[in-house]
Structures are given as structure tokens and as C-alpha cells.
Write a protein that binds this ligand. Structure first.
Ligand code: ZN
Length: 420
């Protein structure tokens, strides 16, 4: 596509229409309340949440794209000044509230930008997503797929979110006398929190701004800012740290849970393991026993592998809002793009999805540029993990007074968030 027409999740000058896949901070960098460059297109839920993140934004510049319908835009080719029609469809990305992929078509061909996405292989929602995408594509061939390559490496294999959510429920249930804190971002993981609340018949504490977001999303009964009503608190990810947990444990026994597809566990905790081995382990052992009768439930396979004890107070559970490596592969097989590019990179690393999936696109011989990227992969991959760990860092310093104050009042919201 010619430059100067559209931008997706990029906010530099020079485009005639801008598209926002979702409201996570790493996709809105450069966007502000004073935006006046051009119209922005997004999903209905994103539009609803948008003024909360960008107060005083000129809402006449915000345009809603309903999911599953084609919309036409009339733009001008910068090179010739002639009119060009761009058709676009928003498709559920199953990532966080409001997150969509954008499918574009026009005389430039057909392009699909996934934004951040989770492409689960099983479940009703996954089935609907697949149908919507296939209906949209029909006989079109995707010329370029812009892909969420966050977990584009075979080492990233984690369970369905329902399975991970149940693991978290089990951890909470097996610590009946503990307070529980769960690290979340300013948007996302709502389904997880609802799962926990329903399974345990409890309310969940969130900080005041997060409660407003919950209300905007239509969740009015489950969440509270009253700490006396529940022992389970969802706290901002940036304030989730070893220091926080150690501070909280000076007041009351507290367990921290970090839901993420990222491998937080460089080295699993090697303590006494008694808490970890209690109800949680016995539950899965019981499942294993019953599976010997031939009633094997795939959902429980590898469950313990994806629950790690990071620290004596902290569990890491592989609950991810991004696609795992096998899900990315499944998605690419479905779309069959002619070419693709990853949309996630750090300053030192870019994992080219063509390296792993080029064969699906019929690219069998890596180009020299491609090989170069592969040669850098070893170092780059490590760098990426470092970056990810820094984003979700456990090194945030809090003194005890701050911890106590936050424990009572909640914490202030920070823009520094990752989107896992
Ligand atoms: Zn995101």
C-alpha cells in the first residue's frame, strides 16, 4: 500500500486515516487528548473507553467500526491525487475489551493486521472468530499479514485461558487463610477476574480507576473498592513486586499471582514447597488418577507445568491474552498469507515470523536478510525476554510505609504497562 493512506496503531504525521486496534499503552504511544491530525477508527468498546484514557478528546474524530461489517473510506493517493477506496473490516481479536484485527482491501490488495490477538483453537468464542474471519476473507488472498509475533517461538506453549483461570482459582482455594493479590494492567484480564469471582462466589477488589473501567464495561456487581468485602485484590501490575508481597506479609499472610504468558520464572522457587504441594497438587494428582480410567481431559494436560512458584509468596500462571506458538501456526495456516511481518519488536530484537512459518506461505528458501535475522535470534531472543521481564519487573522499590498505605488504599495508576 502506498504511504500516506492509513496507519494502524501508529500516530506519526502523514496518514489520512488512523486505526486503533486496542487501548493498551504500547499501541497508543504518540496519541494524546489534543489529537487533531485525522479520523481514528476503532471498535465500539474501544470508543466507549477512549474518553476515560484521553479526557477532552475531540470525539468527532473518533469513528466506530462495528465488527464483521465492511466499511468504505474514500482517500486520495498521495502520488497522483486520485481517489482510492479502502474497505476495512474489524474482527474480534480476543485480546482485551475492544481489541480488534483490521482487514483491509482495495486496489493495493488485501492486508490483515492482527493487532495483539489470542487465537484459541477450542471454544465457542474461537469458533465464532474463525467464522467471522473466513466469511470476511471469502476468496480474497491476504497479500500481507501483520502479525502479533509476541510469542513467535516454539518454546511458548501455554494452556487455554479457561484452564489457566481454573489453575488460579485452585491456587486461591488452596490458600483459604491468605489474602491474594493478582497483578493486572489497566485493561484486560476481566474474564479471568470474573471466572475467579464466579467460581469462588466472592467479590474482587480493584483500585478506583479500574472500578470505573469495570463499570464502563458493564460489570457493576462483582468488583469493589472496599477491602473489607474480599480477600482477593487485583492490583496494578507495576506495583506487583517481591517488595510489595514481603511488605504485605508483615501484616497478613498474602499470596501474589501473576497471570502472564511471559516466562517470569527464570528459576522456580526451591523453598519448602509445602504450600505449593498442598491442595493444588493433590487436585491435579486426583485428575491424573481419574485419567487413567481412560477419561483423559486434554485441558488438564501439563497443568502443573504452567504453574510456577516464582518466590515463596508468588505464583506465575501462564494466562495469556496473546496467541501461543501453536495458535499462531494455526492462524497462519488458516489465513495462508502471501507474505507476513511481525508487529512486535524491541530495540534489539525482531523475531521474523517467516523464520518459523515461511514454509506455510510457500517461502522455502530464506533470503539473506532473513538468515541475518535468524543469526541474531539467539542473542535477540534473550534480549526480548529481558525487556519483557523489565516491563513486568519485580524490582520496583517500595518502602514499607508505601506498601502499607497502598495495602489500605489501593495504588495510583501508572501508564507503564505491558499487554500480556
Ligand atoms: Zn495489548
Amino acid at each position: 500500500m502506498e504511504k500516506g493512506l492509513i496507519s494502524v496503531d501508529r500516530w506519526a504525521d502523514g496518514s489520512q486515516a488512523y486505526f486503533l486496534t486496542h487501548l493498551h499503552a504500547d499501541h497508543t504511544e504518540g496519541l494524546s487528548s489534543t489529537w487533531a491530525k485525522a479520523p481514528i477508527f476503532c471498535s465500539r468498546i474501544t470508543a466507549k473507553l477512549f474518553p476515560f484514557k484521553f479526557p477532552n478528546f475531540n470525539l468527532s474524530l473518533l469513528h466506530v467500526l462495528d465488527l464483521g461489517s465492511w466499511h468504505s473510506l474514500s482517500l486520495l493517493l498521495p502520488s497522483s491525487g486520485s481517489k482510492v477506496t479502502v474497505q476495512v473490516m474489524a474482527i474480534d481479536a480476543h485480546h482485551c475489551p475492544g481489541a480488534v484485527m483490521f482487514l483491509f482491501r482495495g486496489e493495493f490488495g488485501c492486508m490483515l493486521n492482527t493487532g495483539d490477538f489470542r487465537w484459541e483453537i477450542n471454544g465457542e468464542r474461537a469458533k465464532l472468530g474463525r467464522e467471522m474471519l473466513l466469511n470476511a476473507l471469502k476468496d480474497d488472498v491476504v497479500d500481507v499479514l501483520y502479525l502479533d509475533n509476541t510469542y513467535c517461538n516454539p518454546s511458548y506453549q501455554f494452556p487455554l485461558r479457561d484452564v489457566a483461570a481454573q489453575q488460579i482459582v485452585d491456587i486461591i482455594a488452596s490458600h483459604p487463610d491468605h489474602d491474594i493479590v493478582i497483578g493486572i494492567n489497566t485493561l484486560g484480564k476481566e474474564d479471568l477476574l470474573l471466572h475467579i469471582a464466579n467460581a469462588l462466589n466472592i467479590k474482587i477488589w480493584v483500585w478506583p480507576e479500574r472500578l470505573q473501567t469495570m463499570h464502563l464495561l458493564g460489570y457493576h456487581d462483582v468488583f469493589t473498592t472496599d477491602t473489607s468485602l474480599t480477600r482477593v485484590r487485583a492490583i496494578p501490575r507495576y506495583s506487583f513486586s517481591i517488595n510489595t508481597l514481603e511488605g504485605l506479609n508483615t501484616m497478613h499472610p498474602t499470596i501474589g499471582i501473576i497471570p502472564s504468558g511471559l516466562p517470569w520464572v527464570a528459576k522456580p522457587f526451591e523453598g519448602d514447597g509445602k504450600l505449593f504441594d498442598s491442595l493444588l497438587t493433590s487436585r491435579y494428582n486426583r485428575r491424573k488418577e481419574s485419567s487413567r480410567d481412560g477419561k483423559q481431559n486434554d485441558k488438564t494436560n501439563g497443568n502443573l507445568r504452567s504453574v510456577k512458584r516464582f518466590h515463596k509468596y508468588i505464583y506465575s500462571v501462564e494466562y495469556s491474552d496473546h496467541s501461543s506458538y501453536p495458535e499462531i501456526e494455526e492462524f497462519i495456516k488458516l489465513v495462508q498469507p502471501i507474505n507476513m511481518k511481525g508487529i512486535v519488536s524491541s530495540s534489539s530484537c525482531y523475531v521474523d515470523p517467516l523464520y518459523y512459518f515461511g514454509r506455510i506461505c510457500g517461502i522455502n528458501q530464506p533470503s539473506p536478510e532473513f538468515l541475518h535475522q535468524h543469526q541474531k535470534l539467539g542473542r535477540g531472543y534473550t534480549d526480548m525476554k529481558k525487556k519483557r521481564k523489565r516491563v513486568g519487573s519485580l524490582g520496583f522499590h517500595l518502602n514499607r510505609v508505601t506498601v502499607m498505605r497502598r495495602g489500605r488504599r489501593g495504588v495510583k495508576l501508572d501508564e507503564n504497562e505491558c499487554s500480556d
